[in-house]
Design a protein around this ligand. Structure first.
Ligand SMILES: C[S@@+](CC[C@H](N)C(=O)[O-])C[C@H]1O[C@@H](n2cnc3c(N)ncnc32)[C@H](O)[C@@H]1O
Length: 315
């Protein structure tokens, strides 16, 4: 059963994005003077700033959302040449010209800036136009998917990316509703999914539907699959690769990749022979690190976070 990032839908007590597991991530990366670091998910720049403040190093930061570029300007003003922002998908990180990084960080999913802006159409709690794209210039929006995809494809997406048990019934309800008039807003979609999915859990009954469609329109899992090996190649020897996940679909990809880099079976179904596996890294976190109780209280959106890290072999 997948855990979900519905915790990100919980209201935070303050405006903006509170960086998750900040001190743990910085401690693991252990930034050093003169080195170069890559933050693949700039968001509000919380992790980027902490890395820049902890050593006289350089940080390259990527985000696919043009709105993040605006927020990066103030960090640029403050840190000058020590900081570079790149508006791109992190699957393109190999296009950056550097001599290698001493550390690379991923903090997956959407930021509070994106969730809390109703015009982006990510939130069940805030009515807005259905969109859900992190980069509004790229790919199919949630509106196009929900109103255009065949019923069986919608059901497949809800099952695969939301692990929604009532996927077929919700897909049927979507197709029935759109035959009357296009589904244009988050509250319409939440109402349709909610009318079919009688969740007895503490989460909104449309949570899995929203998660699934967001993952689909942003190709989130494909991005992670493509970026992790590139990030590992871009690391210097002895460099650290760290990733913060918010649901089991993300965490599974990270865990399997990290284990294979550490020369271990990826999971219990891995039948490869030990002599065929190559150890290229050390697992720093045998079990994922979790946010402290204090952080979960202060920032309920951090509750589902898992931080994993590996260290590239020095020789
Ligand atoms: C959870 S937020 C990161 C928050 C950030 N660490 C901070 O402390 O402010 C994730 C960010 O990554 C971006 N993002 C997600 N997937 C991406 C991808 N494939 N390529 C580039 N940026 C991505 C999102 O647009 C979002 O701004």
């Amino acid at each position: 059963m997948a855990t979900r990032d519905d915790d990100r839908e919980i209201e935070t007590p303050q405006q903006g994005h509170m960086p998750v597991m900040l001190s743990e991530a910085v401690k693991i990366l252990a930034p050093r003077d003169g080195e170069c670091y890559l933050d693949c998910t700039f968001g509000g720049g919380g992790h980027t700033r902490a890395i820049l403040e902890s050593a006289d190093c350089k940080v390259f930061s990527i985000d696919r959302d043009a709105a993040a570029a605006k927020r990066a300007e103030s960090i640029k003003d403050e840190f000058g040449d020590r900081f570079e922002f790149i508006n791109a998908n992190f699957s393109q990180l190999d296009k950056l010209q550097t001599d290698g990084y001493a550390g690379v960080l991923f903090d997956f999913g959407v930021s509070s800036f994106q969730l809390d802006d109703s015009s982006r159409g990510f939130s069940i709690m805030r009515d807005g136009p259905l969109d859900m794209r992190m980069n509004r210039e790229e790919g199919e929006s949630a509106l196009e998917f929900v109103n255009g995809a065949p019923e069986d494809e919608i059901a497949k997406v809800l099952r695969a990316y939301g692990e929604e048990r009532r996927a077929s019934a919700i897909a049927r309800a979507i197709v029935r509703a759109r035959a009357e008039s296009p589904i244009e807003t988050t509250s319409e979609l939440a109402g349709i999914a909610g009318s079919v999915s009688h969740s007895r859990e503490r989460i909104h009954p449309a949570t899995r539907t929203f998660q699934a469609i967001r993952i689909k329109v942003n190709n989130e899992l494909g991005e992670i699959e493509e970026a992790l090996p590139k990030a590992f190649s871009a690391l210097k020897r002895g460099g650290i690769l760290a990733a913060i996940s918010f649901h089991s679909l993300e965490d599974r990809i990270v865990k399997r990749f990290f284990k294979s880099m550490a020369g271990l079976p990826q999971d219990r179904f891995d039948r490869s022979y030990a002599q065929d596996r190559v150890k290229r890294a050390e697992l720093i976190t045998r079990k994922p690190l979790r946010p402290s109780e204090g952080e979960c209280k202060m920032n309920p959106r951090s509750r589902s976070a898992k931080l994993r890290a590996i260290k590239k072999e020095s020789l």
